[in-house]
Design a protein around this ligand. Structure first.
Ligand code: GLC
Length: 432
């Protein structure tokens, strides 16, 4: 009797372990590693999306959570790619550094994957796909969402102080900020007119370009020559410093701490009249727990007299690692994230501007995000950073010198002269 029970137990255990091995072995084959970063609500969204994907397809996704900062995300991904690791299989890349990844040979040709004919590339912003999605004739990534710098403003405060619309020019922004800041400080000593990204990182270059282009300046890279030391750029840089040191409508920690999330949280807590940020901030500002819910408007960023309203083109693209050992599953995931349904969810749940243009016609999306229709034009005309493999090196130089000006360690002319010299060296080195 005992014997029989013992045998049965042994047989049972063997069957169980075989079954477990079978499940885990078959599962192991299907685990996909996906690296993505962002604000807490964005990571929550991705987590849920991965779960839903797994339910639909049986493919398990291992989510690698990256920081918000684009420079850190790039460095994190490069560790594995340089070592030719198969993980992560699939990841989001900033439009700013996709050129570097493509030129390094790290990205799979999406058209060479199984069922590639079902990738609806023609549904995505053609300008963005042409700028960053195609490398040497190969489709290497699709834009999941498109970013452009925007001005967020407090509708309740503009109304309270008798302003009928958001500012069109930088001068108007200063006048409105000065008045509102002085009055609001009576009850909130931490109140500031205008918050933007001034810390030493990629976001600072995006902000600088917007000020510069709105003064008819910018970053010109032509025939291997760079031009950044121009009068328009010097004026724009001086203006950025003046916002902190002269007009005093932007806080002193602008150049030490302010990145997207710091700026977003500052504004969301009710401590600023204006905020420069990307579209993702909208979803957060309008969330249930947000103190500024229902009190926020969006408009294009202001310009200088004679300049144009400018937005830096940002955005994140999904690409598959050339070293992935789960390319078939990765392709399925890519198809899922770029489908109409998910792209619509990105807009509705996060306030993102999807890479697919057909979402901008969706009645439900437009009723919930009426500003999206106008923003499409902003994105189509947004100012692109040079899509060259060495852009991050150019940016590193600019970040350092622009930040030094904001910190009062250098004058704008000297900073731009030096930037131009160092960037020319970067360009020469690359051409060698
Ligand atoms: C946003 C943009 C990205 C940009 C970054 C700068 O994530 O989408 O293109 O480089 O901000 O911080």
């Amino acid at each position: 009797m005992n014997h029989t029970i013992g045998n049965r137990r042994i047989i049972g255990a063997v069957i169980l372990s075989l079954a477990m091995c079978f499940t885990s072995c078959s599962r192991r084959e299907k685990v996909l590693t996906f690296a993505v970063g962002g604000a807490p609500n964005e990571l929550d969204f991705w987590e849920q999306l991965c779960e839903n994907f797994q339910k639909e397809t049986g493919i398990e996704v291992n989510l690698i959570r990256q920081p918000t900062d684009t420079d850190q995300r790039r460095q994190g991904l490069m560790v594995g790619l340089r070592a030719k690791k198969s993980d992560p299989d699939i990841f989001l890349m900033d439009v700013a550094w996709i050129g570097q990844f493509a030129a390094s040979g790290w990205l799979e040709d999406l058209n060479s994957l199984p069922q590639s004919e079902s990738i609806e590339v023609e549904k995505f912003f053609p300008t963005v796909v042409n700028l960053a999605g195609i490398y040497e004739g190969k489709l290497i990534a699709l834009p999941i969402y498109v970013d452009g710098g925007l001005l967020y403003y407090r509708t309740d405060l503009l109304e309270k102080y008798g302003f009928r619309r958001p500012p069109e020019t930088w001068k108007e922004l200063i006048d409105m900020s000065t008045k509102v800041q002085a009055r609001e400080r009576a009850t909130n000593p931490d109140f500031w007119g205008f918050v933007w990204q001034g810390a030493q990182y990629e976001g600072l270059v995006c902000n600088f370009l917007e000020f510069a282009v709105s003064n008819n300046g910018g970053l010109l890279l032509e025939d291997g020559k760079i031009s950044v030391n121009t009068l328009e750029n010097v004026q724009a840089l001086q203006f950025m410093r003046d916002l902190i040191c002269n007009y005093r409508i932007s806080p002193p920690n602008t150049f030490t701490e302010m990145k997207e999330e710091e700026v977003r949280i500052f504004f969301q807590q009710g401590n600023a009249l204006f905020e420069r940020n990307w579209p993702y901030a909208w979803g957060n500002h309008q969330s249930e727990s947000s103190p500024v819910k229902g009190k926020v408007g969006i408009s294009p960023l202001p310009s200088f007299p004679g300049g144009r309203k400018a937005s830096t083109l940002g955005g994140w693209h999904l690409g598959i690692s050339i070293f992935s050992d789960s390319k078939k599953e990765a392709a399925q995931f890519l198809k899922y994230v770029t489908s109409y349904g998910i792209q619509k969810q990105l807009a509705l749940n996060l306030g993102w501007n999807p890479g697919r243009v057909d979402i901008y016609e969706d009645p439900e999306v437009l009723s919930q995000l009426p500003h999206l229709k106008d923003l499409r034009v902003v994105f189509e005309n947004a100012y692109a950073r040079p899509n060259v493999p060495y852009y991050t090196q150019i940016s590193e130089v600019l970040q350092r010198y622009i930040n030094a000006v904001l910190a009062g360690k250098m004058e704008p002319v000297e900073a731009l002269v030096k930037s131009e010299e160092e960037i020319s060296e970067v360009v020469r080195n690359y051409a060698r």
